[in-house]
Write a protein that binds this ligand. Structure first.
Ligand code: GUN
Ligand code: ZN
Length: 439
């Protein structure tokens, strides 16, 4: 493949959070734009009329009609081993974990099973337009080995970690504080910073770790400040009551993680629904982010994430699918659910802000915004081409849309993986409905 390529079409990317007022300085939109890529990185981006005269005549731009070119989606919280039990109906989180989740996760001690699921999982991410994900494995190191190897084969940017869980779960998905620490350390040494891969220290949630294990996770987090921390927080009321009983000294669920040094930059916690303002401010002060998981929250009936209270406390959040409690790998469908979560509370999630949450916000949460999530010169060219005519209904609605915001609203309300025409990793097409089609 030629090291230089160019893509022409409507281009959208964010440079900061548009907030709830759709700040026009927060994003760049070129109705007829050109994205030039050199050796997997963004070399130039701008209006086609301005850039085409500078392009070598040897480079024929690929045209993307009826489409939107944007950075690949960043899914900040997703479970590899739950691929095979998505769409299992639990009464609530704790029932769902016991009945479906742990039984599915116990199979990941088998490296052959783990790799087969990892390959399928990564193909689903790419089909959905996701080019970076932060992934929980099972308790077994083999699960993380499998997903890292599958990502490495495609040179995908990925963060993953084996879950630490040494109590309150079945014996075949349980480790010990010492074994969890030993395996985490070995995985960090083997994978963190290898190519585009990074490691996350991943205590599953406070309820399945002893204080000894949380202390060990905190020690690792201090020893490896560049490594990520990834867990769940304040998702479900029964879970919160359980955490209170297990850690009677704690003022709140968030304080349990705080006690062990697990609230820090590069830490991302899924959900953060039932927090008080003191928790929100403390998380914000620590530089810790929330992975909002609307489809999961609706599916398990966990509650409604409070966008307004989070904004007021300056607590940052990005979007996540949380497969398999989440019901789709598609960030588009997930944004549609986030919109409805806001509506149910009389709040507003604008389409511009929603697409920021699925791209640059995710990159910021993971401290990767110098490399992905936007189209600055030098950024890694992970990008997608979204099809504005993917279905007859979407084509019909988009043909009548007058503004970018209206088109984004249509995409996140009616769209899913059918709208992902192409997914590129470092400039190379690797997925999407048109991938492999004759050009
Ligand atoms: N809390 C602890 N484990 C899990 C999980 O696997 N999924 C969700 N949604 N919440 C959790
Ligand atoms: Zn989760």
């Amino acid at each position: 493949m030629d090291p230089v390529s160019a893509h022409r079409g409507a281009i959208l990317y964010f440079v900061t959070d548009p907030g709830d007022g759709d700040d026009p300085a927060a994003f760049v939109y070129h109705e007829d734009g050109l994205l030039v890529i050199d050796r997997g990185r963004v070399a130039a981006v701008g209006p086609a009329a301005a850039l085409l005269p500078q392009l070598s005549p040897a480079i024929a731009p690929t045209g993307h009609a009826d489409a939107l070119i944007m950075p690949g989606f960043v899914d900040t919280h997703i479970h590899l081993p739950q691929t095979d039990m998505i769409a299992s109906a639990g009464r609530d989180l704790l029932d769902w974990l016991a009945r479906y989740t742990y039984p599915a996760e116990r199979r990941f001690g088998d490296p052959v099973h783990a790799r087969a699921v990892a390959d399928f999982f990564i193909a689903e991410l790419l089909a959905s337009g996701t080019t970076t994900a932060q992934v929980l494995g099972s308790v077994h190191a083999t699960s993380v080995e499998a997903v890292f190897a599958a990502a490495e084969a495609l040179n995908l940017r990925l963060i993953a970690g084996k879950t630490l869980m040494d109590r309150n779960c079945p014996p075949d998905v349980r480790d010990t504080a010492a074994r969890g620490e030993h395996e985490t350390r070995a995985l960090i040494e083997r994978w963190h910073g290898r190519g585009r891969l990074r490691y996350a220290i991943t205590p599953r949630f406070a309820a399945t770790s002893t204080e000894a294990q949380l202390a060990s996770a905190g020690r690792l987090a201090a020893e490896f400040p560049d490594v990520h921390v990834h867990s769940h927080l304040a998702e479900n009321r029964a879970e919160i009551a359980w955490v209170r009983a297990l850690f009677p000294w704690s003022r709140s669920y968030a304080e349990v993680y705080d006690r062990y040094g697990l609230l820090r930059p590069r830490a991302v916690y899924a959900h953060g629904i039932h927090l008080d303002d003191r928790d929100r401010r403390r998380l914000a002060e620590c530089g810790t982010w929330i992975a909002h998981a609307p489809s999961s929250n609706l599916y398990l009936g966990s509650g409604l994430f409070d966008f307004a209270a989070s904004d007021a406390a300056q607590l940052c959040y990005a979007i996540s699918t949380d497969v398999g409690a989440g019901t789709s790998f598609s960030p588009l469908r997930t944004l549609g659910d986030a919109y409805k979560v806001a509506q149910l509370q009389g709040q507003r999630l604008s389409p511009l802000r929603a697409f920021y949450l699925a791209t640059l916000a995710g990159a910021r949460a993971l401290h990767l915004d110098d490399r992905i999530g936007s189209f600055h010169v030098g950024a890694e060219a992970d990008f997608i081409v979204l099809d504005l005519a993917a279905t007859p209904l979407i084509a019909r609605r988009c043909a009548q849309a007058a503004t970018l915001s209206e088109r984004l609203q249509i995409l996140m309300t009616l769209g899913d993986d059918r709208c992902v025409r192409l997914t590129h990793v470092l400039g190379r097409p690797v997925g999407g409905t048109a991938h492999g089609a004759p050009s």
